[in-house]
Write a protein that binds this ligand. Structure first.
Ligand code: DAH
Length: 340
């Protein structure tokens, strides 16, 4: 038995020195020291020994076990540090290599113009709100004083989804939604997409953007509308810009007007940009029609208001000298990159 123990000690030491992977160590431990391991098997035979020999062999067995355990630990540490070393070596990063630069995107020109206009109106105390693009006939037309047989419906070629559901042709329905929910004073600005079944060409698109503005309070007059729009135009196009109001008709405002800015290219003389007119139309506006206020549960004898609607693409096209509206929606990076 003594020999057997010595043999295990030698064999274990040899085998251990050959092992190359930390994973194999556990298997080795089970084989020698485990419940069914070689050493354990030998110890099970202790009972057959002469009682006088038992303590001596017992002690030797403990020594052998301690020896193997110690060797095992040492080997484990050795292999682990070797593997760590190897891993570090493999994962070494060469920090002197030049990095890969990520191309930075930029804002879409329409978004830039929307943000700029929002900022001007927020500066005058307006709140930004949004409304749904899929609307009902009621909000898009009826509540805005455009009944079913009204000729104004013909000028807005509508995408109908059902008889009563449509894609909004204007941002004006947001006025109604706000007035229904909110009591005056109201001062809101609402940018968003609108849809009309126009054929796509250089100046028309079935999808485009508008910004709607609405102010309702006691004692609001046309002078407030004029002052607000003059401030807006000066902030957008520069302090020296000149504004002109032309009488117009919209079913939801009375009186109504269209607003022109004097051409900033020729200063009124007439050029290509303003089609020789000297003026460029930028928006529609007016005093909110009493019927519209009534439709929203606001008493027109107590309150009055003004509204405005502006086409965004036109503003952006003029601002950046873009001559084809389709460029906004094609997402060609060669186009978009120019607006950094
Ligand atoms: N909704 C009109 C359009 O799409 C624009 C407009 C004109 C809006 C006058 C208004 C307004 O709020 O007061 O042509």
């Amino acid at each position: 038995m003594r020999q057997q123990l010595e043999a295990i000690r030698t064999k274990a030491a040899e085998k251990l020195s050959e092992l190359k992977q930390a994973n194999d160590l556990e298997q080795f431990r089970v084989e020698i020291l485990g419940k069914k391991g070689e050493l354990t098997q030998i110890l099970k035979q202790m009972g057959k020994l002469d009682p006088s020999e038992r303590p001596v062999i017992g002690q030797l067995a403990n020594e052998v076990r301690a020896y193997i355990e110690q060797k095992l630990d040492a080997k484990k540490a050795e292999l682990e540090s070797y593997e760590l070393e190897k891993k570090l070596e493999e994962e070494k990063i060469d920090i002197t290599l030049p990095g890969k630069s990520m191309p930075l995107g930029n804002k879409h020109p329409l978004e830039t113009v929307i943000d700029e206009i929002k900022e001007i109106f927020v500066g005058m105390g307006f709140e930004i709100v949004e409304g749904p693009e899929v609307e009902s006939d009621y909000y898009n037309f009826e509540a805005l004083n455009i009944p079913k047989d009204h000729p104004a419906r013909d000028t807005q070629d509508t995408f109908y989804i059902t008889e009563n559901i449509l894609l909004r042709t204007q941002t004006s329905p947001v006025q109604v939604r706000v007035m229904e929910k909110q009591k005056p004073p109201i001062r809101i600005l609402s940018p968003g997409r609108v849809y009309r079944s126009d054929a796509l060409d250089a100046t028309h698109s079935p999808l485009f953007h508008q910004i709607e503005g609405l102010v309702v309070d006691k004692g609001i007059t046309f002078a407030d509308l004029k002052g607000t729009l003059q401030t807006f135009v000066k902030r957008l196009y520069g302090e020296d810009s000149v504004v002109r109001f032309r009488p117009h008709h919209f079913p939801f405002t009375e009186p109504s007007a269209e607003v022109d800015v004097q051409c900033f290219s020729c200063h009124g003389k007439g050029c290509r940009l303003c089609k020789n007119e000297g003026w460029i139309e930028i928006l529609g506006c007016g005093m909110v029609h009493p019927k519209v206020l009534e439709n929203c549960g606001i008493d027109p004898n107590e309150y009055s208001g003004f509204a405005l609607g502006l086409g965004l693409e036109r503003v952006a096209m003029r601002r950046y000298g873009i001559d084809d509206i389709r460029l906004f929606y094609e997402n060609d990076v060669r186009f978009l990159k120019q607006f950094k």
